[in-house]
Write a protein that binds this ligand. Structure first.
Ligand SMILES: [Zn+2]
Ligand SMILES: [Zn+2]
Length: 830
């Protein structure tokens, strides 16, 4: 038994190249549905082909790969695909900088990164690779768009959008973080323009309710989605305008405070403004104010704290609950986009209204008194926003807030001026991007017929890859005459093509489903294949996608279900959000100069060491602190195992398959093997704690290698030693696959380690031995107990105190203390 790649020294370069070729040439990881095997779909969020993989990728994909390999050993039929989220702005920016085409830049990067992933020994089914910038992918996305257009889910409207000046494109609400662009961190400005939207709000309730089903998701992510959807139940109510026919509609989540309303604030864009001020003599002032605020809003970045400002319209309205006449103000903090563009102001119980009332000397009227508190307008220094008991609230006085909320809505419904109403914070998803490198939106504009969807038989609308003369390679589509020109599918006249491309988050919202049938040519999805593999059993990625990608994918899944392509409600059964890779206390990044290139590491130590380090250094959900000593340690461990196996080759190969154990040491090792299998299995099953799993395997190896010196001459326990080695190699094989494949072969096993079964543990064999403990009373031996070696002190003391002889010796004397000497004795002092 000899192998070219195994000699005295651990030559990871030869070993890793050998097994990578072996796996690839035999197509070992191609997922074929087999009868009688349960499916398991494990997926890591696919990368953007930025050029090189970084340590974050290595970590993400190593975690996914261990799960895939582990599940295969457990007998599952595993789907583990990989692809590229290939459209997007960085390709355009890089192409402009390097004077190349985004397509070339992207495909070159994909080729380079695919090689890097192969060098990591990741067990992907490469036959299913997808690049979203490939027309074979986005053509189907265009068809999905047409289906959504037909159902009214995709629609076009003019609205105030989030505009990034630096990216020169619109952003979705989900892509604006604290008022800045998620990609380039430039402040986002509002801009009025036409664009395409997907009606995610139609699914708001289902997206919220189904979060309950996602018991395999981290609570943190569920909370973030719940808050983002932002459901609130409250009262929609009409306030009659004095001297006019019209009402002003408001919405409030605090109906219990309606008796404390002292004014009404409306947005400067409110459609009733002109009518309100007409005839009040304040027309010019109010219009000037409103125009100034609208202007300022457009210049201001969104969501920053602005000084509250307002102006009286000269008009009043009536609070229908107490018939009080209250002034109507235009205020700069009321947004037309949210709610009704008008809010009932309750200064006593809303901080914004409180500040506004103080500034303009408006009434403050407390109506909800928190338990054990006293509130008076004169003494309040800020609004009281907690629930309590109602005062000055007509028939609702002395009711607690909760009860009053319902009773007040009931009254409004009975009297016909209001009703219960549910609102969501979630807005429709704006998918129009004014950039080149994306999937064209398949729509044509005709002067006569208006918006015309491209007929499905005319798909795909191909993104033109050649530049027109005098333009750079990624000029937006609106600058490309040959692309713009179209024929109206309805009247045949000359028409114009839509030049917006789709948000790249559209591509990533359904790629996981396309992986089940990546070469299907009849439809976006092959239903039978999709139902066979979906949902994804385990999804793995960064928590930065908690809202964006994960919410969009859930939405798409529901839409695809309603379009008849899928029969699932949720795409990802279990979600693991891995922590970051940090070095010197900060996330690895080019700007911080603390980046470690995985390539250098693989060259110096091999992929198995890099994998082992990244899995061992921290549990998956925690941040991983980079440490060169940690890498060295992982490398040393593999070298030790390697040398042990090479040095004990004779024992291992001579060992009988039949397990005969004749010594205490043999029994101890056999017990340790089963305890290790049990621990490692539990650690993996319990939230994939590979770090503790690895340390258990290391412990077993340490015991094995320490007993080696004493045992190796006798050879009596060769079979147990061989079993220990085999166990270590199989248990480690999902983490360090090349190394284990090589060692497995070297140890004379005929089948390859990937074809093995995960070892099962024998509870009986894992049980600790019994041990005799001496029981003393006041230092004199009075009894002996036979107990398990791992017995807990409390249980041991309990058992001692109920022992017949001990009970006799203690009699009625009070016990002063008990002393336990582990594995030896218990002394009871009376
Ligand atoms: Zn930007
Ligand atoms: Zn037409």
């Amino acid at each position: 038994m000899s192998s070219k790649t195994t000699n005295d020294k651990y030559n990871f370069k030869l070993i890793e190249a050998k097994w990578q070729n072996h796996w690839l040439s035999r197509n070992i990881y191609s997922a074929v549905a087999e009868n009688g095997k349960e499916k398991y779909y494990v997926l890591e969020m696919f990368p953007y082909p930025s050029g090189r993989i970084h340590m974050g990728h290595v970590r993400n994909y190593s975690i996914g790969d261990v799960i895939a390999r582990y599940k295969r050993l457990r007998g599952y039929n595993v789907l583990h695909p990989m692809g590229w989220d290939a459209f997007g702005l960085p390709a355009e920016n890089a192409a402009l900088k390097n004077n190349t085409h985004p397509a070339k830049w992207t495909y070159d990067n994909i080729d380079y990164m695919r090689n890097q992933l192969r060098r990591l020994g990741l067990s992907y089914d490469w036959g299913r690779e997808i690049a979203t910038c490939n027309v074979k992918y986005y053509a189907w996305e265009q068809l999905l768009f047409l289906k959504m257009f037909e159902k009214g889910i995709a629609y076009r409207k003019a609205t105030t959008v989030n505009w990034c000046n630096s990216c020169r494109t619109v952003l979705a609400n989900e892509q604006v973080e604290d008022g800045v662009c998620w990609r380039c961190s430039e402040p986002v400005v509002p801009r009025k323009m036409h664009g395409w939207f997907l009606k995610i709000t139609d699914y708001a309730e289902e997206l919220l309710a189904d979060l309950e089903k996602l018991t395999g998701w981290p609570e943190k992510v569920l909370t973030m989605q719940r808050n983002w959807i932002g459901k609130s139940t409250g009262l929609a109510c009409n306030f009659k305008i004095v001297g006019m026919e019209e009402n002003i509609s408001i919405f409030t989540t605090r109906p219990d405070t309606v008796f404390g309303v002292t004014f009404l604030s409306i947005a400067p864009e409110h459609p009733l403004i002109d009518a309100l001020v007409a005839g009040t003599g304040r027309e010019n002032e109010v219009k000037e104010f409103a125009t100034r605020i609208i202007h300022e809003k457009q210049r201001h970045i969104l969501e920053v704290e602005i000084e509250k400002e307002g102006i009286f319209t000269g008009r009043y309205c009536i609070n229908p609950f107490n018939n009080k006449q209250i002034p109507i103000y235009v205020a700069n903090f009321v947004l037309m986009e949210y709610g009704t563009g008008a809010v009932m102001a309750v200064p006593a119980h809303d901080q914004r209204d409180f500040e506004f009332a103080k500034k303009y000397a408006l009434d403050i009227c407390p109506v909800v008194i928190p338990e054990g508190d006293m509130l008076t307008a004169e003494t309040m220094s800020e609004a009281s926003t907690v629930p309590g008991v109602l005062i000055n609230s007509g028939p609702f006085t002395s009711m607690p807030s909760g009860l009053a909320q319902k009773a007040i809505i009931d009254l409004a419904e009975e009297k016909g001026f209001g009703s219960a109403h549910v609102t969501y914070r979630l807005r429709d998803w704006g998918i129009s991007r004014q950039r080149y490198w994306g999937a064209p939106i398949p729509v044509i504009y005709c002067d006569t017929c208006g918006i015309q969807p491209v007929p499905p038989e005319h798909l795909p609308v191909i993104l033109p890859e050649d530049s027109e003369s005098g333009q750079n390679e990624c000029a937006p589509l609106e600058k490309r005459e040959s692309f713009l020109a179209a024929t109206c599918p309805s009247c045949g006249r000359a028409a114009r093509r839509e030049t917006d491309t789709m948000d790249t988050f559209v591509e990533s919202s359904w790629y996981f489903a396309r992986f089940t049938c990546p070469r299907y040519t009849e439809a976006p999805l092959e239903r039978a294949k999709a139902s066979q593999w979906l949902p994804v059993d385990q999804y793995i990625g960064g928590v930065e996608h908690a809202i964006l990608h994960l919410l969009y994918s859930r939405f798409f899944t529901k839409v695809l279900r309603d379009l008849g392509y899928l029969d699932i409600d949720e795409p990802f059964t279990n979600l693991l959000t891995q922590g970051m890779v940090i070095k010197d206390g900060a996330k690895m990044s080019k700007s911080k100069g603390n980046v470690v290139d995985p390539n250098d590491l693989i060259n110096a130590y091999g992929a198995d060491t890099v994998r082992l380090f990244s899995l061992f250094a921290a549990p998956p959900e925690k941040d991983l602190e980079w440490s060169s000593q940690g890498v060295e340690g992982a490398y040393r461990f593999l070298n030790r195992v390697y040398r042990y196996i090479v040095n004990n080759k004779e024992i291992i190969l001579a060992a009988k398959e039949v397990l005969v154990i004749s010594s205490d040491t043999g029994r101890m090792l056999h017990r340790k093997i089963h305890q290790t299998i049990r621990k490692v299995t539990q650690n993996i099953e319990n939230n994939f704690h590979f770090n503790t799993a690895i340390s258990s395997i290391m412990e077993l190896f340490n015991i094995l290698s320490s007993l080696n010196e004493k045992e190796q001459n006798t050879n009596t326990e060769a079979a147990v030693i061989r079993q220990a080695i085999n166990t270590i190699v199989v248990l480690l094989s999902p983490m360090v696959p090349h190394f284990c494949a090589e060692m497995w072969e070297y140890c004379g096993n005929s089948r390859s380690v990937e074809q093995e079964r995960w070892p099962s543990f024998d509870e009986e064999a894992a049980k600790e031995d019994m041990l005799t403990i001496v029981i003393q009373v006041n230092g004199k031996v009075r009894s002996r107990l036979l107990v398990p070696t791992d017995i807990q002190d409390e249980i041991l003391i309990d058992q001692s105190l109920t022992d017949e002889n001990i009970v006799k010796h203690i009699g009625s004397k009070p016990i002063r203390k008990t002393i336990v000497v582990k594995k030896k004795l218990v002394n009871i002092v009376v």
